[in-house]
Design a protein around this ligand. Structure first.
Ligand code: ZN
Length: 417
């Protein structure tokens, strides 16, 4: 039996090691099924075995790190996060929750209710145009044959990328066509440790975020069509300028976010215009618009208000507009009871904490939507920076949440025994 190195030093050292599995360039680039992702996956399996755990892959490359005595189908307390990153992301997003979960699963072996670490293969949607595929697979909701033909930006098919990872020992056998990924364990409760990715905890001097809600979002593409005309000869009052209308919509989105107030946010994340020349009034423009809110009804109202304002602006300028919803995710409440319990424990341990919502999406959303009582714990992010090479959380702060998670999981194990 190996003793668990549940220490600040082990956490720090293993995070440093995980960060070495990256494509060249600034920050960390570890995209699902790529060479560096496979290297990280194999390293993690070896680390788990060295700590006396079994490492079991599912059919799409999610990983469970667990007591070797656990039978498939066992009811477990699931703790974990994701292995993939965005392009040129940071060292902590996903990685922190993954390493913390590895150490916690080793530390809590033999607890009253089994604690197993999960590591999802993909959360970010940074290689293929689908996010949260890992956790959907983990929960038995994903049918691999339906994703097979999705392609990355180099034209590689999802199924082929997965097959190459499988050949390296990073995924189990594929299920038959039309069948979902077989579920390995059943989560009775779920916990994810994650960096905040925003400035709230740092600015308040809090060390721990107890997350009780994850914001939902709607993404809408606006296509504006005016008239491309000579920029030198077309008088100002005779133009139907698609880009000028788009510019006004960008500001209307910003105003909507400000008026609605926190936690609402509204963003125009992309804008393009054609033909894109100095001397031509733009004939078409495209905007990528997104609204987020922690309350689903409010989110629906924001989406409607944004559409109304955009249509009014386009109509006034004689520009046609098409609004197309590209994707969305419902605002997801996590377990209020588990958040209450965590709050009481944090207060009892004199940890400066804040109960809060997450503005970013996470694997935990899928567990909560599946009916699993779920909770997230956040650590402060320096200047709120994330999805960027400068992402940083002090090791001491990472340790505060990990040590807190140990106590919380022990309490959960007793609750469920
Ligand atoms: Zn993440």
């Amino acid at each position: 039996m190996t003793t668990s190195p549940f220490t600040l030093e082990a956490l720090s050292e293993k995070l440093d090691q995980l960060a070495t599995f990256t494509a060249p360039g600034p920050g960390v680039t570890r995209l699902v099924y790529d060479e560096h992702w496979c290297d990280a996956h194999l390293w993690l399996q070896a680390e788990a075995r060295a700590l006396g755990l079994a490492a079991t892959c599912d059919a799409i490359g999610n990983l469970w790190l667990h007591d070797p005595g656990l039978m498939p189908g066992t009811r477990v307390i699931a703790v974990g996060s994701h292995l993939d990153s965005v392009r040129q992301g940071g060292r902590f997003d996903g990685a922190y929750g993954t390493i913390a979960a590895l150490l916690l699963a080793a530390e809590l072996r033999g607890s009253a209710t089994p604690v197993a670490a999960f590591v999802t293969c993909e959360e970010e949607g940074s290689r293929f145009p689908m996010a949260l595929t890992g956790v959907r697979g983990l929960l038995g909701q994903l049918v691999p044959s339906r994703c097979a033909d999705q392609r990355d930006r180099d034209g590689v098919r999802w199924a082929d990328a997965l097959a190459s990872a499988r050949a390296r020992g990073c995924a189990a056998e594929a299920p038959p066509d039309g069948a979902p990924v077989p579920k390995l364990f059943n989560a009775a409760r779920q916990l994810e440790l994650h960096i905040e990715q925003g400035p709230v905890l740092e600015s308040m001097g809090a060390k721990l975020g107890v997350v009780d809600t994850i914001a939902g979002y709607r993404r809408v593409r606006a296509r504006l069509t005016g008239e491309a005309r000579h920029a030198g000869t077309t008088p100002m009052d005779r133009r139907r300028d698609a880009l000028a209308a788009a510019a006004e919509i960008v500001l209307a989105a910003e105003a909507l976010g400000l008026e609605t107030g926190a936690p609402a946010v509204a963003t125009a994340g992309g804008a393009s215009a054609e033909p894109g020349l100095y001397n031509v009034v733009p004939g078409t423009a495209t905007l990528l618009l997104e609204v987020r809110h922690t309350d689903d009804a409010a989110l629906v109202r924001m989406e409607a208000a944004l559409g109304e304002r955009a249509r009014a602006i386009a109509a006034r300028r004689g520009v046609a507009i098409e609004l197309e919803v590209q994707s969305g995710e419902a605002a997801t409440p996590l377990s209020a009871a588990l958040a209450d319990q965590a709050e009481a424990m944090a207060a009892g341990m004199a940890i400066p904490y804040r109960r809060m919502a997450s503005g970013a999406g996470h694997d935990t959303m899928a567990f909560a939507q599946d009916g699993v009582p779920a909770l997230m714990l956040f650590t402060p992010s320096r200047l709120g920076i994330s999805h960027h090479p400068d992402e940083l959380t002090k090791v001491r702060d990472l340790w505060v949440a990990a040590a807190f998670a140990r106590e919380l999981l022990l309490a959960w194990a007793k609750d469920l025994a």
